[in-house]
Design a protein around this ligand. Structure first.
Ligand code: GLA
Length: 392
């Protein structure tokens, strides 16, 4: 091949790679979504006033500037359809478009919830048979995020009588709404919610999901959070920019766990590159809650540009070591003591693929630990985490 042809081809290839990188930065969910969701704290009580108060608190608390931008209304906003079949919000939301305008005026985005079934989980109107129409309505209102919860469709899936037919029905339903959203004229983040059935992580991206729930519902207690969070081991290879595993929303600040248990929750979700959707009342946060949700060093782990989800490296009894590779070549390492008693542990650099000396920073203490020469030894309080960033 003549020399200048090789040169031109190389140049074209470089340009292609550059354009792709650029495009990646602009995809929906290039990093895991961050925001707030109404369900964990307010459930069916959520109304227009509550949503506005959350949007205001998101700004005044500094959360928006720390990256939390979605204000997501979960189930129980739906009303009836009008004579042309268009969905209307119920009386708790007098004007959804005006609410979206308000949320947008704060520099935030608005999310909604629906189901591919006739009914949602809480028994409200689902999108079955109205997918195109609903997506257009969402776009008209100015919606930026849709959580699409299988729920009502399960009744029809059961009636299908065969697992294979039921699975196809579910996937088709997700594809249908994906196409409807793509047709709506507005970029809308598409969040699948079917509780991790049928190994959704293997096909969630192919039906258009920007995220998919990998588990059943989280509850505001240590047992539930640990069961969900630490069962994410092995799923890291399925996540990446634009398509994330979602181990459910945060319970931080809802009162059912201690501060150090909530630190475990936040640290693990950051290592998992999980969506960070606060599920508490943002207008009444204690300083301890703010310190967790607003820890910029931990948020930076979750939002790391490499978009590589972390995973479990090893465990010693009830102490688990999880690690996540970061864009700058360093690693975020979480040492989690899940025991009800103190635990002594020595971090094994070799198992982490590191050679001493390693420079370390503690992301909860906001403190450089200097160069660590031979592993790292720590006595861990019961139900606590040490989250460190290690670089060679
Ligand atoms: C399901 C979902 C929850 C929530 C409720 C609302 O249980 O998994 O996250 O959306 O429905 O009814």
């Amino acid at each position: 091949m003549p020399k200048n042809t090789t040169f031109i081809l190389t140049l074209l290839l470089a340009l292609l790679i550059f354009c792709n990188v650029k495009a990646d930065e602009n995809i929906l969910g290039a990093t895991p979504p961050m925001g707030w969701n109404s369900w964990n704290h307010f459930k069916r009580k959520t109304d227009d006033a509550i949503v506005r108060a959350q949007a205001e608190a998101m700004v005044s608390s500094g959360m928006r500037d720390a990256g939390y931008v979605y204000i997501n209304i979960d189930d129980a906003w739906e009303g009836t359809r009008d004579s042309s079949g268009e969905i209307r919000a119920n009386s708790k939301f007098p004007d959804m478009k005006a609410l979206a305008d308000f949320v947008h005026s704060k520099g935030l985005k608005l999310g909604l919830y629906s189901s591919p079934g006739m009914k949602t989980c809480a028994g409200f109107e689902g999108s079955y048979g109205h997918e195109e129409q609903d997506a257009k309505t969402y776009a008209k209102w100015g919606i930026d995020y849709l959580k699409y919860d299988l729920c009502g469709l399960r009744v029809q899936m059961k009636a299908a009588g065969s697992d294979v037919v039921a699975e196809k029905m579910m996937k088709d339903a997700y594809v249908k709404m994906r196409d409807a959203l793509l047709n709506s004229g507005r970029p809308i983040f598409y969040s699948l919610c079917q509780y991790g059935h049928n190994q959704v992580w293997q096909w969630g991206a192919s039906v258009g999901g920007n995220a998919w729930r990998t588990t059943g519902d989280i509850n505001d207690n240590f047992k539930s959070m640990v069961l969900i969070g630490f069962h994410q081991a092995g799923l890291s290879k399925y996540a990446g920019p634009g398509h994330w595993n979602d181990p459910d929303m945060l319970e931080i600040g809802n009162g059912g766990m201690t501060t150090s248990e909530y630190q475990i929750h936040m640290s693990l979700w950051a290592i998992l590159a999980a969506p960070l959707l606060a599920g508490n009342d943002l207008s009444t946060m204690t300083q301890a809650t703010k310190d967790i949700l607003l820890n910029k060093e931990v948020i930076a782990i979750d939002q790391d540009k490499l978009g590589k989800q972390g995973d479990r490296v090893y465990a010693e009894g009830s102490v688990e070591i999880w690690s996540r590779d970061l864009a700058d070549g360093s690693k975020a390492v979480g040492i989690f003591n899940l025991a009800d008693t103190k635990s002594h542990m020595s971090l094994d650099f070799q198992k982490l693929g590191l050679h001493s000396p390693v420079s370390a920073r503690d992301l909860w203490l906001h403190k450089d630990l200097g160069n660590l020469n031979s592993g790292y030894t720590e006595e861990l309080a019961p139900h606590s985490v040490v989250l460190i960033k290690l670089s060679q």
